[in-house]
Design a protein around this ligand. Structure first.
Ligand SMILES: O=C(O)CCC(=O)C(=O)O
Ligand SMILES: [Fe+2]
Length: 483
């Protein structure tokens, strides 16, 4: 029987018996990959990566109620960036509340020892534990938990009646076949083999959701943190329910990490040669007046951004909108999910959309952008910038319709002159779509002009989401700027 620090925190025999239950069998099952074996209330599975679900983790329900009350009385702070939105408690490492202390003792003494025994992984005494609340619309997108020293992740759920329709599932991703580390595999490898492993494999990328675990009251999930442990908390969809959990990590020597796989660079091309007539055909004449362009440029130079309303001529805008609504555009879903999830137009576009994309890549448009921004995106543009490395990008966007991206960059030509280039796509965004910023993105290392053109999102409200956030260098949380 596991007993907490105070007698009122007796956890009851359930915790002890479920943990010690069939210990040798558990070890056996962990040794056999790709086998799902329910052992009483302990379910072990190595697909898509080693994880374990223990139901009725703590038997004493009065203890759990007390624990929940103590947790809800803690201070929570909002955590929000491109990866997540939820509330996190203060660190539980040194909280003195009786139930919290008792749980910490069970997890980081008894349970840690058991875990170490069944997995044959040496675990350190580091205590890494906090409490999280995911309420309506909260989420934690695809990630692998890898951080120096983290060896196993655990989460104990303290949720009300929960179904798939409530969202908030813990989704486990399969990887794209480059997989190089699973618990059983690593354990059977000699240390020397482990060392050379990264030389042969690149870090795997998450593919599709292979398994969704619906949280339930008093269920503990744990999994091995490895280069393939990609998972997410799907968006909480029910308005009235709080997905409360206690989670953290058991620390030990991290597994060898294969080198990161780099995102391929988008194909960039110089402008398409074309006459300036195209601008008169497509662009709202307001933006073609030299005086107005000078005003726009001044504002852009001050704030590094500008919003140009009614940018296309009305009839062109209507034609593009109609094409997006009525003509068939083939969309492909882009991944990997730890970087992005949205649709991009694929194959031949309907004529008007094709022409619109060509406009954004045209020579005349590069010149127009130069005039509006002061950036030298064309050799004829006045050179009033400090650096010759500014670049640009544009984006067509729509709700039920389309979105695109057009990035102007410069490449070195043979003569040493930088030639502005661009890349762009037509994108379609809907609920659940996103992009994430990455430290290792090549695009982060250089300057570019982002151009976003939206379609199909009239009467859009802030609460509808779909904004673009710019994050200041070295900052974790989103910067003030959202578009
Ligand atoms: O709450 C969960 O189910 C998982 C949380 C998680 O993945 C994390 O905090 O890193
Ligand atoms: Fe995680």
């Amino acid at each position: 029987m596991l007993v907490g620090e105070e007698s009122c925190c007796c956890l009851g025999p359930g915790a002890a018996s479920s943990l010690s239950f069939e210990r040798s069998q558990i070890r056996q099952w962990f040794d056999i990959p790709f086998m799902c074996s329910p052992v009483g209330s302990v379910l072990l599975d190595s697909v898509p990566f080693q994880h374990c679900v223990i139901r009725s983790f703590i038997e004493n329900s009065a203890f759990l109620d007390g624990l929940k009350d103590e947790l809800l009385a803690l201070n929570f702070h909002d955590k929000s960036n491109d990866l997540y939105k939820f509330q996190q408690s203060e660190d539980l490492k040194s909280r003195k509340e009786p139930h919290i202390s008792a749980l910490r003792k069970v997890l980081f003494e008894d349970f840690r020892q058991w875990l170490s025994e069944v997995t044959l992984v040496e675990l350190e005494t580091t205590v890494d534990i906090s409490c999280a609340q995911y309420n309506y619309t909260d989420t934690l997108l695809c990630h692998d938990d890898e951080l120096e020293g983290r060896r196993f992740a655990f989460i104990l759920y303290l949720v009300p009646e929960w179904t798939e329709a409530d969202g908030g599932s813990l989704d486990l991703y399969s990887t794209d076949g480059n997989s190089c580390a699973s618990l059983s595999f690593v354990r059977t490898c000699m240390a020397s083999i482990r060392k050379i492993l990264p030389l042969f494999t690149e870090k795997a990328q998450p593919g599709h959701i292979a398994k969704s675990l619906i949280p339930s009251w008093n269920t503990l999930v744990f999994f091995e943190v490895s280069p393939v442990s990609f998972h997410q908390v799907s968006e909480v969809l029910s308005e009235g329910k709080c997905r409360l959990s206690v989670g953290g990590w058991f620390h030990g020597s991290s597994l060898e990490r294969p080198p990161r796989s780099l995102d391929p660079m988008p194909v960039r091309s110089p402008h398409i040669p074309c006459d300036h007539e195209i601008l008169y055909e497509w662009i709202n004449p307001v933006y073609l007046s030299v005086e107005y362009q000078a005003q726009v440029q001044e504002e852009f130079e001050d704030t590094s951004e500008i919003l140009l309303k009614d940018f296309l001529k009305e009839e062109k805008f209507n034609a593009v909108s109609a094409a997006l609504e009525t003509q068939s555009v083939e969309w492909e879903l882009l991944g990997p999910p730890n970087r992005r999830c949205y649709e991009r137009a694929k194959g031949e576009l309907p004529d008007v959309l094709k022409s619109c994309m060509e406009l954004l890549k045209s020579e005349a448009f590069f010149l127009l952008l130069s005039n509006l921004t002061g950036l030298k995106l064309h050799f004829l543009a006045a050179n009033n910038e400090e650096s010759d490395e500014e670049e640009g990008s544009s984006e067509l966007n729509g709700n039920t319709s389309a979105q695109g991206d057009d990035s102007d960059h410069t490449v070195q030509a043979g003569s040493g002159v930088r030639v502005p280039v661009c890349s762009g796509e037509l994108r379609h965004w809907e609920h659940g779509h996103y992009t994430m910023i990455h430290d290792h993105d090549p695009e982060r290392q250089e300057f570019a002009l982002d151009l976003l053109w939206f379609c199909g999102c009239e009467d859009w409200e802030a609460q509808d989401g779909g904004f673009t956030s710019y994050i200041a260098k070295e900052e974790d949380e989103e910067a003030s700027k959202t578009i």
